[in-house]
Design a protein around this ligand. Structure first.
Ligand code: ZN
Length: 436
């Protein structure tokens, strides 16, 4: 869903009939939710949305009391959404007229989080008036779900693996690289790029064309200076590449880094690891994302190389090289794809010279090197194949071997096509055989 313009939040303050304390003064709430240039929630989403949305027209309503005592109220309005609706009723607010309603109680309701376009919190719990909590819950009002990484780690008793483990994203809040703001407590980080695109907030997107071979060098901008010349996001397939620096709401980040995300259909961003051994989720200068050299050379694909960072104030960007080669899927690889040719090739003795190629092609016919068949594949030796895979040979050599492997696969395909294939044997009737 695309979000634009002045989005109105109603900040409703409710005190229980038997709890007199009014927490904080009006200025605190105006600065936290509505006023600009305070480091508060309005600034957060102006920055995260690249200026596409703001909360300038939001309203702060005065403290109003419940009729019931705290215990009676919570018995009568059990459940988060019911409590938020009760707060709207006390203030005479039609919830549907606002982008979001934030119901703030002066003492604990035993619950705090979002429901639909409502957020529930208690002003006597300092953590619930922190920017990190608020920016996360308002994120849910935009339709963003919690974020993940690819690990099997769990947060406390949470059942799902990787849940809340994108420490670079506000939608993993409570387990993020945040910093302590003097007024708003734990604050940041910024919002992961897939959510920004989901909300229609990405304008400078480099989208790779995968049907033309090409190489580009681009500037990938930090959100610290989104108005500079360059791109804020690289898109290809379901991958989102972004550059983050420890500025503004990302002040809690330890260092500049490249992040690579994907998005699930359920609107969860997932941060893609660089290293699955100890779950390093950031990418740095010298790292390459995408097809390994041999696969790239053989079958095409996309490679994204991080060449360097420029970190001058006001002009922070990463230099990125994007290389694209049209994809050339091999005839019988990967084995999960439907076979192009009938896979009824009788097994023969394995030729050790051709073993690796046969192994990767799955259904390749085994060929005798001495054959005179002009269509027989040109095989690559085991040593050459492994050597090329490990990049231990120089680039020219690697290209040459890669070319021969490609020709080998093409040869196998050609040959297999010309084979006169015996019809499949009729299925055996096991039951009939067992019966006498
Ligand atoms: Zn959440």
């Amino acid at each position: 869903m695309v979000w634009r313009g002045n989005l109105k939040i109603a900040v409703l303050r409710v005190k229980f009939a038997d709890v007199a304390q009014e927490q904080r003064d009006d200025g605190f709430y105006y600065d936290l939710f509505i006023n600009r240039f305070t480091g508060g929630l309005n600034d957060y989403y102006i920055n995260a949305s690249g200026g596409n949305v703001n909360f300038d027209d939001s309203i702060l309503l005065p403290w109003k009391s419940t009729v019931e005592n705290r215990q009676d109220f919570l018995t009568k309005y059990a459940g988060r959404n019911n409590i938020i609706n009760a707060a709207c009723a006390i203030h005479g607010i039609d919830r549907s007229q606002f982008f979001a309603v934030v119901a703030i109680f002066n003492a604990s309701t035993g619950d705090a989080s979002s429901a639909g376009n409502g957020v529930l919190l208690s002003a006597d719990a300092p953590i619930e008036l922190e920017m990190r909590f608020l920016a996360h819950e308002i994120g849910h009002c935009f339709g963003f779900m919690d974020s993940y990484d690819e690990s099997d780690r769990r947060q406390g008793s949470d059942p799902a693996e990787g849940w809340y483990w994108d420490q670079y994203d506000i939608m993993s809040a409570r387990n993020t690289f945040s910093y302590s703001h003097p007024r708003w407590g734990m604050t940041g980080p910024n919002l992961a790029m897939p959510y920004k695109e989901f909300a229609g907030w990405t304008s400078k997107v480099y989208t790779t064309r995968t049907n033309v071979d090409h190489t580009d060098e681009i500037r990938l901008l930090s959100y610290a200076n989104p108005l500079s010349n360059g791109y804020t996001c690289i898109r290809y397939d379901n991958w989102y590449v972004e550059f983050r620096t420890p500025d503004f709401f990302d002040t809690g980040l330890a260092r500049p880094c490249i992040l690579i995300h994907s998005m699930t259909p359920e609107v969860n961003a997932v941060v893609h690891n660089r290293n699955p051994v100890n779950w390093v989720n950031e990418w740095q200068v010298g790292d390459v994302f995408g097809a390994p050299p041999l696969v790239f050379s053989l079958f095409g694909g996309v490679r994204i190389e991080i060449l360097g960072y420029n970190l001058q104030t006001g002009d922070k960007y990463a230099r990125i090289r994007i290389s694209v080669r049209r994809r050339r899927p091999p005839p019988v690889f990967p084995p999960t794809q439907p076979p192009v040719f009938p896979p009824i090739i009788p097994p023969g003795p394995l030729n050790p010279q051709s073993a690796p190629v046969a192994a990767i092609s799955g259904q390749a016919p085994v060929q005798d090197l001495e054959t005179n068949d002009p269509k027989a594949p040109i095989f690559v030796s085991n040593e050459e194949f492994i050597s090329a895979s490990k990049h231990t040979v120089d680039e020219d050599k690697q290209e040459e071997v890669a070319g021969r492997i490609r020709r080998t696969l093409e040869g196998i395909a050609l040959h297999a096509k010309d084979e006169v294939l015996a019809p499949p044997a009729p299925p055996r009737n096991e039951d009939a055989e067992d019966t006498q």
